[in-house]
Design a protein around this ligand. Structure first.
Ligand SMILES: [Cu+2]
Length: 217
């Protein structure tokens, strides 16, 4: 018993390691570590300790570095920005259009968007930039407002962006009456890269910068 305690202290001195680490290693490894005495065996002991330390440090880091398979995003924030006319999302007047504005997921994963009224999501392939979205009238569509509350056949012309070039998926139509929770379908994020997410309502995108990113690793 006395011999083991003496050898343990000697191991601490020889290796110049943090005391707490060596005590833990000695506790775990017991006589296996303290049994070596020759210089060659001391080198081997140091190597074993080094491997243990690397495993302890590197493995948890590697596991935690993997991005999640799924992320949640608030698309529009009713509690951000100055008041807007009734029945409209106040985030037009704030910087928080998509919270968080960038999410990171693993390849093949998905994102669930909680959309405030009225927005519509479109997701474009990796490499697409906001300035790549074509806002020419040929790529804009009319929006028929719901009746009620709007008068019958009320139309806002050329307000929905419909640029199919590079578009991976288009979300549900704008909903004027409540939140829409929508999860991207399988296959949306099968390739790694940075996907552009926009609101297809022209003033939201072009004037309020309502766009964000999904980074797939
Ligand atoms: Cu919008």
């Amino acid at each position: 018993m006395v011999y083991e305690r003496k050898d343990e202290l000697r191991a601490i001195k020889l290796n110049s390691q943090p005391v707490s680490t060596l005590f833990i290693l000695n506790f775990w490894c017991g006589s296996f570590l303290t049994a070596y005495h020759s210089p060659k065996e001391n080198i081997m002991r140091k190597f074993v300790i080094l491997v243990f330390v690397l495993v302890l440090l590197v493995v948890p880091f590697t596991v935690s570095a993997a991005p999640p398979t799924h992320a949640h995003v608030h698309f529009g924030d009713e509690n951000a920005g100055s008041p807007f006319p009734p029945d409209h999302d106040r985030s037009f007047h704030a910087t928080d259009k998509m919270v968080p504005r960038t999410v990171v997921i693993s390849q093949g994963g998905s994102v669930t968007f909680n959309t405030t009224p009225p927005h519509q999501i479109a997701i474009y392939k990796p490499g697409t930039l906001p300035e790549d979205i074509n806002l020419h009238p040929d790529f804009l569509e009319d929006l028929v407002l719901p009746s009620p509350p709007f008068p019958p056949n009320t139309i806002i012309p050329d307000i929905l962006i419909d640029d199919p070039v590079g578009r991976v998926v288009l979300g549900p139509d704008p909903n004027f009456f409540g939140h829409v929770e929508w999860t991207t379908p399988a296959g949306t994020f099968d390739e790694p890269g940075r996907y552009l997410v926009i609101c297809t309502i022209l003033p939201h995108f072009a004037e309020a910068d309502m766009y964000g990113w999904v980074i797939v690793k």
